[in-house]
Design a protein around this ligand. Structure first.
Ligand code: C5P
Length: 241
């Protein structure tokens, strides 16, 4: 059992990309009726630490704590145990940490036990890296091949899924089947500005391609009325707000 929500009910996790605790809490409260959960990450954690995460968890919404652990197995296991204890519903690691690290992360989450076991997912290749960047760090392009290789590795080691771009949903689904969770940022409703995201899809397109969780930030948090923006997305997904 995990404290992860029924994802089919509302797959939208709003990205609270701020180091400011009060702002994060206010935004989560504003949109809480229209989202399935919230995502917070390194920026927030670096500023507010475990107490900040507890304050977000205490709001009662499922929390994806996006800290992308990448270290030796023993250290990652300790970090996963620690964040599982904070009540996060989804945590993540870098798949390129390798088989032993993935096993350690999974086992640590399992031993966190009971209702607090988080889903553990992996980052494959950062979407900020292109084929030239991969070569620069000694990996073999094309990026999509590396993404699928690391998604398979993640699945072989019993993790729950991966974070991927909309463009990667189809090849990963083909390689890893229907039960592997795909958490997808880079989502833009057609009425929202694309900002710095390049390969984007609408929420509905991402769902139709097979995304399980849609991570959406600025189209909601940057809107004049964030609750209305979240509600509009929910409606476009065919869900009742
Ligand atoms: O504002 P926006 O909708 O672009 O926010 C997307 C969120 O997903 C941000 O928190 C961003 O850091 C995160 N993310 C991403 N691309 C990835 C992984 C995470 O945009 N490949």
């Amino acid at each position: 059992m995990t404290n992860t929500p029924n994802l089919r009910e509302n797959p939208v996790f709003v990205a609270l990309d701020t180091p400011d605790l009060d702002q994060a809490v206010a935004m989560a409260n504003a949109v809480r009726g229209h989202v399935g959960g919230v995502k917070t990450g390194l920026e927030f954690f670096s500023a507010n630490g475990a107490d900040g995460v507890r304050a977000i968890v205490d709001l009662g919404l499922p929390v994806f704590l996006d800290l992308k652990f990448h270290d030796i197995p023993n250290t990652v296991a300790g970090a996963v145990r620690a964040v599982a204890g904070l009540g996060a519903s989804i945590v993540n690691v870098h798949a390129s940490g390798g088989p032993a690290m993935l096993d350690a992360a999974r086992e640590a989450a399992e031993h966190a036990g009971g209702a607090s076991r988080p889903l553990v997912i992996a980052v494959t290749v950062l979407t900020s890296m292109d084929d030239g960047d991969l070569k620069a760090v000694g990996q073999t392009p094309p990026a999509t091949e590396q993404v699928v290789r690391l998604a398979r590795l993640t699945q072989e080691h019993g993790l729950d899924g991966v974070v991927c771009s909309p463009a990667e949903i189809a090849p990963i689904r083909a390689a890893c089947g229907p039960d592997f969770k795909l958490v997808v940022p880079g989502i833009r409703p057609d009425w929202a500005a694309s900002g710095d995201q390049k390969r984007i899809t609408t929420p509905l397109q991402a769902r139709e391609r097979g995304a399980d969780i849609l991570v959406i930030g600025r189209p909601i948090t940057g809107a004049e009325d964030p609750a209305a923006a979240a509600a509009r997305i929910t409606t476009e997904l065919g869900l009742t707000p």
